[in-house]
Design a protein around this ligand. Structure first.
Ligand code: ADP
Ligand code: MG
Length: 336
């Protein structure tokens, strides 16, 4: 019996050695991942690393080359999309232009043969959930981008999925709306208690949303953990560079990462183990960003609190001693 009709809610998702090949291209390379029920999971990584392929395999829109996708007690690897208990939220332009919001939302119930009155009632309930009930009779073209996104969300949720899959859902929105909509997504996910798997290439978006942040690189999962775990202890130089906010420094044992807000600078350079020359100073409001040229790192940045900077200001051309606490060092795995 399909997951959906069995009424199973709150199942864990497991990817076992999942691989996707397009001809000779290995887009996803034998990844393993467990996502507990009710998790906001972000798949993060640079363009081409395999995020969308992974999402589409979970949705059933792309065949798995090798491996298994398990949802709760069911191996869904070979099930069609509508029978998996997953739903994909497509971008706003995937709304049918000639159908009202209510009819767009009700569409998949119509396909399933649900009677008109019932699907109308369900569609209105979902439109209420995304605060769009007042716009039920409007056509998509009569809505703003953010409103279209909400309708698309309602349309995906009407099938009562256990897992909602979202591929860069905020990328078409302007920066202000993007931040507003991401807060709405997070709130909605908590209210529904279902799993969201959200693909993004923006580390700030992933940090803001994710309970579980999965960083991909070249078809592999390079690190999975909470945003804090990943930010405080990036596993590799790739991760440290990709999520930003870190300096990568070569030392005797290999490479280490030190957060930009953990560097200490002082003009007293006598006996200092490491020195650098200030190349630029930028006031950023809540902190001052000091760019440094050094022979022990290709790029070096110190973010100082305004108070710390004011206590000992620096100017371009100053030679400074650079140090950090032993506790603020994170050793990095082999570079990829
Ligand atoms: P992302 O979403 O992280 O940008 P994708 O999963 O879209 O990455 O793509 C991963 C790799 O697979 C890329 O090298 C991409 O060019 C390739 N790829 C994706 N879809 C196809 C396809 N339909 N046919 C051939 N190659 C593809
Ligand atoms: Mg993609």
């Amino acid at each position: 019996m399909p997951n959906q009709e069995a009424g199973l809610r709150g199942s864990d998702l497991e990817l076992v050695q999942v691989t996707k090949r397009y001809g000779a291209t290995v887009a996803v390379d034998a990844i393993n991942l467990r996502v507990k029920a009710g998790t906001y999971c972000c798949l993060l990584g640079p363009s081409g690393c395999g995020k969308s392929s992974t999402l589409r395999m979970i949705a059933g829109h792309e065949a798995v080359s090798e491996g298994d996708i398990i949802l709760g007690p069911t191996n869904v690897t070979d099930l069609p999309p509508a029978r998996r208990g997953t739903a994909m939220m497509f971008q706003s332009y995937a709304l049918f232009p000639h159908l009202s919001c209510a009819d767009n939302v009700a569409f998949s119930l119509k396909m399933r043969g649900v009677a008109k009155a019932q699907r109308r009632a369900e569609a209105m309930r979902l439109l209420e959930l995304v605060a769009m009930e007042r716009y039920a009779e409007r056509l998509p073209a009569q809505l703003s981008g953010g409103q279209q996104q909400r309708v698309a969300l309602a349309r995906a949720l009407i099938t009562k999925p256990q897992i909602l899959l979202l591929d860069e859902p905020l990328s078409a929105l302007d920066p202000f709306l993007r931040i507003k909509m991401r807060a709405e997504l997070k709130k909605l996910q908590k209210e529904l208690g279902i799993t969201f798997i959200h693909v993004t290439h923006g580390e700030d978006e992933a940090m803001a949303l994710a309970d579980l942040m999965v960083v991909m690189n070249q078809g592999l999962i390079e690190q999975a953990g909470t945003p804090r775990e990943v930010f405080n202890a990036p596993a590799t130089a790739f991760i440290a560079r990709f999520i930003g906010g870190h300096n990568i420094v070569a030392d005797a044992s290999g490479a280490i990462a030190v957060r930009t807000d953990k560097l200490r600078l002082t003009k007293a350079v006598n006996g200092a183990a490491r020195t650098a020359v200030v190349s630029d100073v930028e006031y950023q409001g809540s902190y001052v960003q000091v760019g440094l040229a050094a022979d022990f790192a290709t790029e070096l940045t110190a973010n100082l609190s305004e108070a710390a900077f004011d206590a000992e200001p620096f100017n371009p051309g100053d030679t400074v001693a650079v140090s950090w606490r032993e506790a603020d060092i994170h050793r990095l795995g082999a570079a990829t």
